[in-house]
Design a protein around this ligand. Structure first.
Ligand code: ADP
Ligand code: MG
Ligand code: MG
Length: 210
């Protein structure tokens, strides 16, 4: 039974925070090749605030939980990623409705809505070398796997693999959005920092929601 409880979503967010913490320096180093070397620090600050003692445990619906994550990230993280990741989680919150439990299709719908929020906010397209380059293929892979009858666990494995290849695909691209676009062709040869963090967010979903 492919149900996702609020407790599982809490585990997802907790795993996101852990992975961002582990990879913060690497994300800063990637951002240094194209921007201002703060992407890991930005997200680490955001997720640390999200995880502040006691807060997460008081939230008992997907909507409340995702709203807490999105609004905290908007408040605490500056820069492009604060607005973009904040919108991502807030749009998932709005889409999740007031009910307590999600099913697999419901989660896929949330992820798609979050991706649309990022596009609405930053108008990135696939190929612009942004976090959307790992998110968009993950959304597609999740939908396709579920449509083919895969379990949520298997579908999330496909989604995470697609996010990782999307991230790897940014190495060959020149940045066209955000601060990195000022360097353009000089960003070729390095993965995009945001695509790398988004692949971690999807990997965390694979290990906690499947
Ligand atoms: P800043 O660029 O303000 O320092 P961060 O370093 O935290 O913010 O985030 C940079 C990341 O944000 C980039 O690696 C890219 O993935 C993402 N990004 C920047 N602009 C956009 C946009 N318009 N749409 C989607 N993602 C974007
Ligand atoms: Mg930066
Ligand atoms: Mg910055």
């Amino acid at each position: 039974n492919d149900q996702i409880t609020t407790a599982q979503l809490t585990a997802w967010v907790t795993e996101c925070a852990r992975l961002i913490n582990v990879h913060a320096d690497a994300l800063n180093d990637l951002d240094a090749t194209a921007g201002d070397a703060d992407h890991g620090s930005n997200l680490e600050r955001g997720f640390t605030a999200v995880m502040a003692i006691g807060l997460l445990d008081q939230l008992d619906s997907p909507r409340e939980l995702l709203k807490h994550v999105g609004s905290t990230i908007v408040d605490v993280v500056g820069g492009s990623s604060g607005a973009l990741y904040g919108t991502f989680f807030l749009r998932m919150a709005v889409t999740s409705g007031p009910n307590g439990v999600l099913d697999a299709a419901g989660f896929a719908e949330l992820l798609r809505a979050g991706g649309q929020g990022i596009v609405d906010r930053g108008s990135a397209q696939v190929g612009d070398k942004t976090l959307y380059d790992s998110l968009a293929p993950a959304i597609t892979a999740l939908d396709q796997a579920l449509a083919a009858g895969d379990t949520l666990a298997r579908a999330l494995i496909s989604a995470s693999a697609a996010a990782d290849s999307g991230r790897d695909g940014t190495v060959a691209l020149a940045a066209r959005k955000g601060r990195a676009s000022y360097l353009g062709d000089r960003t070729i040869g390095y993965a995009d920092a945001g695509a790398t963090s988004m692949a971690l967010i999807i990997r965390a979903a694979m290990t906690t929601l499947g």
